[in-house]
Design a protein around this ligand. Structure first.
Ligand SMILES: [Zn+2]
Length: 685
């Protein structure tokens, strides 16, 4: 078979008009976004949003700290300019408290932190000072005695094992590492008094070698890692010190002072509501935390949210836009912790939420940061639809206007829709047990991510404005939930779903998934997914007969598309013995059914602290060979509905992300059971 024929056989055109009874299948007439964007664009301000980035990047806004609280108060002041509803909610930041299964932790504050090399004279210099650069101390560092300590600096290798800290008791260890948690356990048990780190995380595609010149990697101790203080150097300073230590000339002595405090305190969620006529709400969320300056991560997301709030509040107040049916809820949180806190403590508020948009790192100057604007979909188990509308609005906002000399529209930024990967607040909301399918807008990867060089000059005011426009248009459209708009949304979502199904099946065919599941299984999952997506949209106006009809038509078209694609899709042939081996391994898990005991997704670092040492090391070995281990764990829990066996869950995970492993999935559930998140139950019947 020739390449060309094969290609034709593999794909059907998802926009084929005979699949859908509407003329507009290929060109959806969406005057709703065009008009709304026109109204919004005369109000939304790039400069005002950028001014928030400048202001917010001056707060040292570590989760549960006085600096975070001051940043929260800044946001409240601005939200109150436009609506009387904005308020701070305080949750306990103290050991022993928890939000569902997510543990709270003590508040931490810092006044000063200085590291100086005092001898030999040729090295003597101040290498770190919190008041010059807030990222030069490892966050949540323990205090030194009030007058500081003078100690020898030793070479701590990569700091992974106790061998690296021979005769290091009471000394300060320089470690060739970028993350404090890689070093903490071995260093603390060797009795080291402090650590110094100087490497940066590699980011494929943008950050290689020793990383960003002159910048320090943001580092923090975990909440239960409270035995050490630590500093972060630039790679240049760290290399110079390491070379000296390795050449074993004269010993190096340093003086370190950390004035910090850990105590029971509070963590704050900022909330504001633009009231709707009904009590359901759509959500915009951004995390407010992170060290000073952290401009793109995430002063940019907060700035875009404040601008969306201002513009929509004012347009509704002036009756230029009608009051929406659903309220629009705005949340600013300490990342993940605050979302767990709000959702677990505000039960009725959670029930009101319909869908959400998470703004995390949205303002990048792409030419400087190397990033791509990603529209991250909610996980398939949650069946969210909002990312399809975001994508549609983003194409309208970010296309070059006017004659580019080419026949196609061009996007003015790099942009891509990506499947769920988690890692921010939307992963908590999108848990099916929480029930708020939420998409994320994020620019990734970013050369300056989590370094002291994530400064406001890496943020584009124009990008903030575009993100504000996209977010405001989609959120307001969904909140208004007008019957005709929703019908157009159903067309947009239906068309995008068909395109997505064809892409997903092609990805499936080229992945390792066919080893575990058949093409029919993949098609079945896609149908279940599409039904959930369209029903979710239909639930915004259940009494509208014409919307429900439109949803049914879209479902029929989608079903036809998936079935037609399944008929022509070619899956690479696998040897019979390979298939049999995979089949036998998955079958071993067929009798084990798991039921979730508590809402909220698994947070692997926490669950691993609540299992046996053996299971923890087994899982850490998995992590080394399976880059998606954490994602497989999170998704597996999402699919655990009390009916599916571990074998079934392994299969759906394979169909969703193209890879799985029943042994890994089994281990994840065992650890989840140790952590109190799930229980194993007998299969019924
Ligand atoms: Zn972030």
């Amino acid at each position: 078979m020739s390449e060309r024929l094969h290609y034709q056989k593999l794909f059907i055109d998802p926009l084929r008009t005979d699949l859908i009874p509407y003329q507009q299948a290929a060109h959806i007439e969406d005057s709703m976004f065009t008009e709304l964007l026109h109204t919004l664009s005369s109000e939304i301000s790039a400069e005002r949003a950028y001014d928030h980035v400048l202001a917010l990047s001056r707060f040292h806004r570590i989760q549960a700290s006085p600096g975070y609280r001051r940043a929260a108060e800044y946001c409240i002041d601005h939200l109150l300019e436009d609506s009387g509803d904005a308020r701070l909610i305080h949750y306990p930041a103290e050991r022993g408290a928890s939000f569902w299964h997510f543990p709270s932790f003590d508040e931490w504050s810092i006044k000063q932190a200085v590291l100086k090399i005092i001898s030999p004279p040729e090295l003597a210099a101040k290498l770190a000072d919190f008041n010059d650069c807030a990222i030069s101390v490892i966050q949540r560092s323990k205090a030194t005695p009030p007058h500081g300590i003078a100690a020898e600096v030793i070479d701590g290798g990569d700091g992974r094992t106790e061998k690296d800290f021979k005769r290091a008791r009471g000394k300060i260890a320089l470690c060739d590492a970028w993350r404090a948690s890689h070093v903490y356990e071995a260093a603390a048990s060797a009795g080291v008094s402090g650590i110094i780190l100087y490497k940066q995380r590699h980011l494929p595609g943008v950050r290689f070698g020793s990383g960003v010149y002159g910048a320090r990697q943001y580092n923090s101790f975990w909440w239960d890692e409270n035995e050490l203080f630590g500093f972060v150097l630039t790679p240049e300073d760290g290399d110079r010190l390491a070379n000296h230590l390795r050449s074993q000339r004269r010993p190096v002595k340093a003086w370190a002072l950390v004035e910090s405090e850990t105590y029971p305190g509070t963590l704050e969620v900022v909330t504001s509501l633009i009231a709707g006529r009904e009590d359901r709400e759509v959500l915009v969320i951004a995390h407010l935390c992170h060290p000073k300056p952290s401009a793109d991560d995430n002063a940019s997301g907060v700035a875009a949210l404040l601008e969306i709030h201002k513009v929509l509040s004012n347009l509704i107040e002036r009756q230029i836009l009608p009051q929406p049916r659903f309220g629009i809820r705005f949340l600013l949180v300490p990342e993940i912790t605050g979302t767990f806190a709000y959702l677990s403590r505000e039960h009725s508020a959670r029930q009101r939420l319909v869908t959400g948009l998470n703004l995390d790192m949205v303002g990048q100057r792409q030419d400087v940061t190397g990033s791509t604007l990603c529209i991250e979909a909610p996980p398939m188990a949650s069946g969210g639809f909002i990312h399809y509308l975001i994508e549609h609005a983003a194409r309208k906002v970010l296309s070059h206007k006017g004659d580019t000399g080419l026949s196609s529209d061009l996007l003015s930024v790099r942009m891509q829709t990506t499947s769920f990967s988690g890692g921010s607040d939307h992963y908590v909301l999108s848990d099916p047990l929480v029930g708020v399918p939420t998409a994320m807008l994020i620019q990734w990867p970013d050369l300056f991510y989590h370094t002291s060089a994530d400064t406001p000059d890496k943020v584009s005011p124009e990008m903030l404005r575009s993100i504000g426009l996209i977010g405001a248009a989609v959120i307001y459209t969904l909140a208004r939930a007008d019957e005709n708009d929703l019908k157009l949304c159903a067309d947009i979502v239906g068309q995008a779903l068909r395109r997505d199904a064809v892409d997903k099946m092609a990805e499936f065919a080229q992945s390792d998934a066919p080893m575990w599941v058949s093409l029919e299984f993949e098609a079945g999952l896609l149908l279940e997914y599409g039904r959930k997506v369209l029903m979710g949209l239909g639930s915004l106006h259940p009494r509208s007969k014409s919307l429900q009809r439109r949803i049914r038509d879209q479902m029929r078209a989608y079903t036809k598309c998936v079935k037609a694609e399944a008929e022509v899709c070619d899956v690479a042939s696998l040897s019979a013995s390979m298939r049999k081996r995979a089949h036998d391994r998955i079958k071993e898990q067929a009798d084990h059914v798991v039921r979730r005991l508590i809402p909220g997704p698994v947070y692997p670092e926490h669950a691993l602290r609540r299992t046996t040492g053996r299971r923890r090391s087994r899982y850490n070995r998995w992590r080394k060979r399976e880059a998606k281990a954490d994602l497989i764990w999170i998704l597996s829990l999402f699919w655990a509905d009390g009916e599916r066996s571990i074998a079934d869950i392994s299969r759906v995970v394979a169909a969703e992300i193209g890879e799985t492993n029943p042994d890994l999935v089994r281990l994840c559930f065992e650890i989840s059971a140790d952590a109190g998140l799930v229980e194993f139950v007998k299969r019924r019947g």
